[in-house]
Design a protein around this ligand. Structure first.
Ligand code: PLP
Length: 386
């Protein structure tokens, strides 16, 4: 049987990983500035994480949500403490798309309304509603098309206010990433998020903070939305939550009431996934990784801004992007294949940096040194070619 060929692959086979390093099947070492798409939060194969999963595996890996699963409450308690949202409620699922799907559905159950506002360059996942709220027509199948999503320009306060004035009674939810990831590292302004909060209050709509990529400490606060100083009603989470073990979830504000049967999943909240997620929070706490991400991120942004050839360096914490000018268009490929550094990208010309929050200053300096060298080499090669 063949694999269904949907991923454009780099011809590299990674067989081992530790911290911020990866090794391929020939033993070649790579520096991971991409974190497997922002998933690796506490570092690859972190010893505490491995031990927690192994110990859980020997007890029980899975039983359905028809019995008591105390480790779910353990996770909820820890998550409340580390995120500072202790009065919120936790619903567990398996992925980012599923988290957003549940968030949108719950918002609509809650206020009985049908429409949601999403923004230009958004990415919320590939399931039915999540993809409908994603600003990329090429991944929306005809069956996913709906009139219930209204797209507005990102960070445009006038457009948002006008939309609420015209459709406020129909708006169930506003869904927004605190920092857009797939869209190219675009930071939502504090005043925009504050306006969303105010309008959602005024019109009884639900503010959904998609924190699948920008959450879990990556931005230097637990949720990137926290930088605006207002709370959302629902936070969706996934990527960093399990450090590679599949788990997602939503944090739900206390005023949103549950009802039996309203949401559900077979695998969500299984014992093994909860053990992985608990290990992540324990390491985030004990190693103070959120502060570390903030400090190292500030340093990295400053150093990148000092590199003349890079344009529009932006981001927060360890979620950073910059535009690559036309004369350096091969930079990402060169970093990967010649200098053995994984980075992320966003079309058409953005390099995204999403390393583990446990990356060291030395590794960041190694990256910066290599980046400068790669840029110099590309420019030299161009001179020779002329
Ligand atoms: C902001 C955001 N939301 C949702 C998703 C979808 O998550 P998943 O791929 O786990 O379904 C992603 C994935 O990249 C994302 O970046």
């Amino acid at each position: 049987m063949k694999l269904f060929d949907v991923y454009p692959l780099n011809n590299i086979t990674i067989t081992k990983a530790l911290g911020s390093y990866l090794w391929d099947d020939k033993g070649v070492q790579y520096l991971d500035m991409y974190g497997g798409h922002a998933v690796i939060s506490i570092g690859h194969t972190n010893a505490h994480w491995v031990k927690r999963i192994e110990e859980q595996l020997e007890q029980i890996a899975f039983y359905s949500n028809s019995i008591n699963i105390p480790i779910q409450q353990e996770l909820a308690t820890k998550l409340g403490k580390v995120s500072g949202k202790e009065d919120y409620q936790l619903f567990l699922c398996n992925s980012g798309a599923e988290a957003n799907e549940n968030a949108l559905k719950l918002a609509s159950f809650h206020n009985g309304k049908k429409k949601a506002i999403a923004f230009s360059k958004s990415f919320h996942g590939r399931t039915s509603l999540a993809v409908a709220a994603t600003d990329n027509k090429s991944i929306v199948a005809p069956i996913n098309e709906t009139e219930n999503i209204i797209f507005l320009p990102f960070n445009d306060e006038t457009a948002l206010t006008k939309c609420f004035e015209e459709n406020g009674n129909d708006i169930a939810a506003v869904i927004i990433e605190g920092i857009q990831g797939v869209g190219g590292i675009n930071v939502a302004s504090a005043s925009f998020l504050q306006l969303i909060r105010a309008l959602c209050n005024q019109y009884n709509a639900v503010y959904i903070a998609d924190s699948v990529q920008c959450g879990y400490g990556r931005s230097g606060k637990f949720f990137a939305h926290d930088w605006a100083g207002v709370n959302a009603d629902i936070y969706s989470m996934a990527k960093g939550m399990g450090n590679g073990f599949p788990i997602g979830g939503i944090l739900i504000a206390p005023h949103i009431q549950p009802k039996h049967g309203m949401l559900g999943t077979t695998f969500g909240g299984n014992q093994l996934a909860c053990a992985a997620a608990l290990a992540v929070l324990e390491v985030i706490e004990s190693e103070k990784l959120i502060d570390h991400a903030n400090e190292l991120g500030n340093y990295l942004v400053e150093e990148l801004q000092a590199i003349d050839d890079l344009e529009n360096v932006r981001g927060r914490g360890l979620m950073i992007g910059f535009d690559v000018p036309e004369h350096l268009k091969d930079l990402k490929k060169k970093l990967l294949f010649e200098y053995k550094i994984f980075t992320g990208e966003a079309k058409p010309n953005v390099i995204r940096l999403l390393p583990s929050m446990a990356i060291t200053k030395q590794q960041v300096d190694d990256f910066l040194g290599t980046l400068k060298k790669a840029i110099a080499v590309i420019k030299e090669e161009q001179k020779v070619a002329v």
